[in-house]
Design a protein around this ligand. Structure first.
Ligand SMILES: NC(=O)c1ccc[n+]([C@@H]2O[C@H](COP(=O)([O-])OP(=O)(O)OC[C@H]3O[C@@H](n4cnc5c(N)ncnc54)[C@H](OP(=O)(O)O)[C@@H]3O)[C@@H](O)[C@H]2O)c1
Length: 228
């Protein structure tokens, strides 16, 4: 049975992804800051993990031991309220928190789990980016910390793809569209917003279909490639 680690599994897209992977026959390790909510409904192991804390990452890795991991999905994320992330308001605290969760955490967790990934015959790493991290695609401005943290995550995971290609690790960088989760106020007033189950199901199709030949590219949930 293949093993998958999913962060952000207590809510939204991470939770929907964990459900899909359980259905697909994975041994899922569902991780989040809070493991007492929706995560308890999953038929799998739940683990408390703060991706911004090296101590928490180390404890997670050591409790998991040297077992192989076939799929690591870095889905946990943070977005400050728009009025705290504008040009006139963004602070060092908002920048630090946003980059810690969206960029540094996924990098450090992937680094820490690399020995486990390299024990898999077909290792894959995914990161939930966002289209707002595309510099080319930016026509709306704002969201300084969030946008930059996702652009930086794109850079980090493209880099990981280059470094790990020869070791057989495929990397998938994802955009889910606008999704009805707590992060977006459940998509209230956004007609194009979809439920997390739809976003995760379509992205699972993307993750499944991409191998080393496509490593380090940035995909929309509908399967087309996004510009950096
Ligand atoms: N929803 C969208 O429209 C959309 C669009 C583009 C990209 N994304 C990305 O998709 C991913 C999932 O977002 P979502 O919409 O599903 O949001 P969500 O429902 O708010 O889920 C995010 C999860 O990440 C957890 N988390 C936050 N900080 C963490 C930390 N330090 N360590 C571990 N877990 C942490 C949150 O826990 P707490 O709730 O306890 O803080 C929450 O369970 C994020 O990376 C987001 O940036 C979402």
């Amino acid at each position: 049975m293949p093993t998958a680690v999913v962060t952000g599994a207590n809510s939204g897209i991470g939770h929907a992804f964990a459900q899909i992977l359980i259905r697909e026959g994975y041994n899922v390790i569902a991780a989040d800051l809070d493991v007492s909510g929706k995560l308890t409904s999953l038929q799998c192991d739940g683990v408390q993990l703060d991706v911004t804390s090296p101590v928490s990452i180390a404890s997670f890795v050591s409790s998991y031991g040297g077992r192989p991991i076939d799929l690591l999905l870095n889905i946990a994320g943070f977005m400050a309220p728009p009025d705290e992330d504008a040009l006139s308001t963004v602070s060092l605290a908002t920048l630090t928190k946003t980059f810690s969760v969206n960029t540094f955490g996924p990098l450090l967790l992937t680094q820490a789990l690399l020995p486990n990934l390299l024990k898999s015959e077909n290792p894959k790493v995914g990161v939930m980016s966002s289209r707002v991290g595309s510099i080319t695609d930016n026509s709306s401005g704002g969201s300084y910390a969030y946008r930059a943290s996702k652009a930086a995550a794109n850079s980090v995971f493209k880099n990981i793809a280059v470094d790990l290609r020869d070791k057989g690790v495929a990397v998938v960088i994802m955009h889910p569209g606008i999704v009805k989760t707590p992060m977006t106020g459940m998509g209230e007033g956004i007609p194009e917003a979809v439920w997390p189950e739809e976003a995760a199901e379509k992205l699972w199709g993307v993750v499944k279909g991409k191998g080393l030949e496509d490593t380090g590219r940035f995909w929309h949930r509908e399967g087309f490639e996004l510009p950096w």
